[in-house]
Design a protein around this ligand. Structure first.
Ligand code: AMP
Ligand code: MG
Length: 492
């Protein structure tokens, strides 16, 4: 019986310069490590069939399901500020699009499926370590309620890939509401191909911003839509200490999802200057730089759209600058509202931004763990007179001691009782995030010992991040000094 994929492919209907038709390169011995059964069902796929040997053949690229698109998408991008006119899917092949149970169109893509016309010097493959990292972190992000690409499956190829050190090869099946990036627009704009920019913009509007089609200026509405979603997205990253690590324009999704989990990492101790990625030498993509970098990326998008915004170029630039000016407002509003919720505030008062900024400053001064501090504050909200579990998180609690009475006084102005506030705070302050040392340990067990039990366990913990899970309490703990991961690698 053939696993049926209800494909409804729209990207292949775009002009032929948008992609290359290419088939995956077969692998030696596919072995399914993990299938995301719930996601399969959501996509209208049969999880039982995907778990058969034939399913592994499909999820590794050895067999193509009927009516697959089988394309590599063209895109460009600014990498660490330098423009590369041609990147493209060098190791990812789009199987096709399906319309999911909620009516949302979603790409199903095999990452690590072999060389494509965009591979440049690369081998077209993915290594097991980064595949597991992406699976874990993307699914954790989804459970945390943050827009993200998803992971449908991870398959071992039965081959090795030449990395340092040599690793087992793997293929990740990535699901995204689309793989259109800022870099996709740049690919055509850099070639002066305005017709293609327009065709791509029309496609993006239909697919992601249908309301923009009704607007007086649909392309302006598209730009504003992307600005708004990116502002929201980066604000939610900041809440959980997520550091993307490679915010290049080719990793900036038009749909507003977190995409490309190369060297991403979560901050333990709160420090806005934190950088983990080994290739980010100058801290361009440090935690605290993410909002201005998002705006920088959006500015590159706006440049591509200028000619669509007005017939007159100067006028187009003016309109674009105006729209970009809205980013700060959108970001700040989202950021402050999310922070206020994390502090258990139900209403909004003029001094709230200061109160939340001062809490973050206290965390920084006291080298406190971001996740644990907000979680313990949530626990304490039931009886805020006792902050005895929070205070020891600060190496220097002086700023926290000044702050605590202000917080108590502020929440006392609201009618909600302690348990109500505690419950609300626990819904936005996770107990569990993918801490780097834990993710690293999972990868080591799988890569070095073919042991996937820790991978299963961490997924169980992280897909339920807001619930206390007594048997997994250790996952809430920051690393001991000797466990700390100071650097992460793309591993591509
Ligand atoms: P990334 O760092 O994953 O965002 O990738 C940046 C660019 O390099 C994209 O065009 C990828 O397709 C390409 N790339 C990354 N790794 C490989 C690889 N192993 N083989 C071919 N292309 C790759
Ligand atoms: Mg990328």
């Amino acid at each position: 019986m053939t696993a049926h994929f209800p494909f409804d492919n729209s990207y292949v209907a775009l002009p032929p310069n948008f992609f290359a038709r290419v088939a995956p390169t077969p692998v030696a011995a596919p072995r399914l490590i993990k299938l995301n059964r719930a996601l399969a069902v959501q996509l209208g796929l049969d999880p039982d069939l995907l778990e058969t040997p034939e399913g592994a053949e499909i999820l590794s690229g050895n067999q193509m399901p009927e009516s697959a698109a089988s394309i590599a998408m063209a895109y460009a991008g600014h990498q660490f500020g330098n423009f590369v006119p041609q990147l493209g899917d060098g190791r990812a092949i789009l199987l096709g699009e399906v319309v999911d149970r909620d009516g949302v169109r979603r790409d199903i893509q095999l990452k690590g499926a072999g060389r494509t016309p965009f591979s440049r010097m690369g081998d077209g493959r993915a290594a097991l370590g980064p595949v597991l990292r992406e699976y874990i972190v993307s699914e954790a992000m989804a459970a945390l309620g943050i827009p993200t690409t998803r992971s449908l499956a991870a398959v071992l190829t039965g081959e090795t890939v030449l990395r340092d050190p040599i690793q087992p090869g793997a293929v990740l099946t990535r699901v995204a509401s689309s793989h259109i990036r800022v870099g996709t627009f740049q690919y055509f704009a850099a070639r002066g191909d305005l017709d293609s920019v327009r065709a791509l913009a029309d496609h993006a509007i239909t697919r992601h911003y249908p309301e923009a089609a009704q607007a007086p200026s649909p392309y302006l509405a598209l730009l504003e839509g992307v600005i708004g979603r990116q502002a929201e997205l980066v604000a939610s990253w900041m809440m959980i200490g997520f550091i993307h690590g490679v915010m290049n324009t080719d990793n900036c999704s038009i749909a507003g999802e977190t995409i490309d989990y190369g060297p991403c990492a979560f901050m333990d101790t709160f420090d806005p200057k934190t950088v983990y990625s080994s290739i980010d030498q100058f801290g361009r993509y440090a935690y605290g730089n993410q909002p201005p970098i998002a705006l920088w990326n959006l500015t590159r998008l706006a440049e591509c759209l200028v000619r669509l915004l007005a017939d007159d170029e100067d006028k187009g630039v003016e309109i674009a600058q105006d729209a970009l000016g809205g980013f700060a407002e959108r970001f700040n509003a989202a950021y402050l509202a999310k922070l206020a919720a994390k502090l258990g505030l139900f209403t909004s008062q003029p001094d709230d931004p200061q109160l939340s900024q001062d809490f973050l400053a206290a965390l920084a001064k006291g080298e406190a763990d971001l996740t644990l501090a907000f979680r313990r504050l949530s626990d304490a909200a039931a009886d805020p007179s006792d902050l005895g579990e929070v205070r020891p998180l600060f190496s220097d609690p002086s700023a926290f001691d000044d702050w605590a009475p202000r917080w108590r006084a502020r929440i006392a102005t609201e009618p909600q009782d302690g348990p109500t506030r505690q419950a609300a705070m626990r819904q936005v302050n996770p107990a569990y995030i993918p801490r780097n040392h834990r993710v690293e340990a999972v990868i080591r067990a799988a890569v070095d010992r073919d042991d996937f039990a820790p991978f299963e366990e961490i997924l169980a913990v992280l897909t339920n991040p807001f619930e206390e899970q007594a048997e997994f309490a250790r996952y809430a703990e920051p690393p001991q000094l000797h466990e700390r991961v100071l650097e992460t690698f793309c591993g591509t």
